[in-house]
Design a protein around this ligand. Sequence first.
Ligand SMILES: Nc1nc2c(ncn2[C@@H]2O[C@H](COP(=O)(O)OP(=O)(O)OP(=O)(O)O)[C@@H](O)[C@H]2O)c(=O)[nH]1
Ligand SMILES: [Mg+2]
Length: 455
Amino acid sequence: METETIAAIATARGQGGIGVIRISGEDSIEIADKIFVSYLNKKLKDTPGYTARYGRIFDKNECIDEVVALVFRAPHSYTGENVVEISCHGGVFVTEQVLKLVIDNGAIPAGPGEFTKRAFLNGKMDLTQAEAVMDIIGAKGKEAARVAISLRDGALSQKINKIKKELIAQAAHLAAFADYPEDDIPQVEMDELINTLNLSEKILTELICEYGNGKIIRDGIDTVIVGKPNVGKSTLMNFLSGFERCIVTDIPGTTRDIIEETVSIGNVILKISDTAGIRETSDPVESIGVEMAKNKISGAQLVLAVFDASKNLDQEDISIIENLKDTNAIAIVNKMDLETKIDCKYIEENIKKVIYCSAISRKGLNELEKTISEMFYTSGSDFTDGILYNSRQYAAAKMALECIVEAKNAIDIGMTLDAVDVSIESAIEELLKLTGERVTEKVTNEVFSHFCVGK
Ligand SMILES: Nc1nc2c(ncn2[C@@H]2O[C@H](COP(=O)(O)OP(=O)(O)OP(=O)(O)O)[C@@H](O)[C@H]2O)c(=O)[nH]1
Ligand SMILES: [Mg+2]
């Protein structure tokens, strides 16, 4: 177990109302006492846990800032160790100055995610809960945050632990039976064993099937906006991002490069790309953009195909529609504020979902959000009851499922219970990896290397 006392600035760099310097480890209170003087002359070492003291930070005789020092005592803290959090004024210079003093007085700089790593190593949370901490911080939308909070509460762990417990009971029974067949151990109840395997298979299969949804909730839907030049693609992009992300002009061929942005509309996150208008062109720069736009269509999870409602459909529109045959597309019939000339029937016959909007007057967004939700989220699904939320968890669940299927096959073909037990043991091993109960240091380090310093 790591014993050194670590410290880091826990708040974002930059100017802010307050900045927090977090210290964790056996010596954290002693170190803080060396630089903090409370107005009531109370030492932090004499301060109970969950108590704040108001005072000042000194570098020798020079006052650095007026602060609040908050004491947590092991094991009742985030990390499970003694923790002091010093809240000072939120300026870059002041927070760095306080951190430097803490380090000069015996702490070492914390690595990425080291506070949470210690919380995990001290048994305050399992690995899926620790991973969720970073997902809460990184959440880009409401649903992403809701799911991350449920995982931090242990929603996935509970699901996994339920199957794990039953599998362990079965494995123990099988092992005892195999080792001491002549002893007075009750016969293995085959029905019970098969029920456990079926239940495990069902839960793991559901989790694996929902993984795609989890990814969409967490990272957003890969979305591309395509259409002819001048139909209003960049205006739509600006409308969705809420600021002037793209250049908009009435000159066809304005957008050349792909412009990307992550936007959140309602509960939905879109990783959206605005592209060059698709048309035949002799301009070499524009034609590269057109090629890139066409390529983007095939890789996207969602295509927003924009049309100009004030113009008749032409050959270029029709060839774009033809290119959308095997894609998840929504037609956006834009410029509905103008007199409508477009053949709506043709579009509706060829693209399943059609939204009528005016990007310039910012109308039609609610309808778009609703349509995307219907397309991507199975109605009624509640993702807060525990889902796999990253590739590490997904890989472990898949391996566990394979072992369960193997165990079932072994029973079906009449293999010995020994062989069934081997597969069940392997499944348990994978589930223990998933929750982090039996995980290598390499994997643990890899998980926390993606965290920010100070968390
Ligand atoms: N009346 C009206 N004009 C719009 C609407 N949306 C966009 N426009 C106008 O249409 C013109 C083209 O808009 P852009 O967003 O640049 O179109 P684009 O599809 O990105 O064009 P390219 O980048 O050239 O392919 C601009 O003059 C916009 O102001 C709309 O809803 N109604
Ligand atoms: Mg454009």
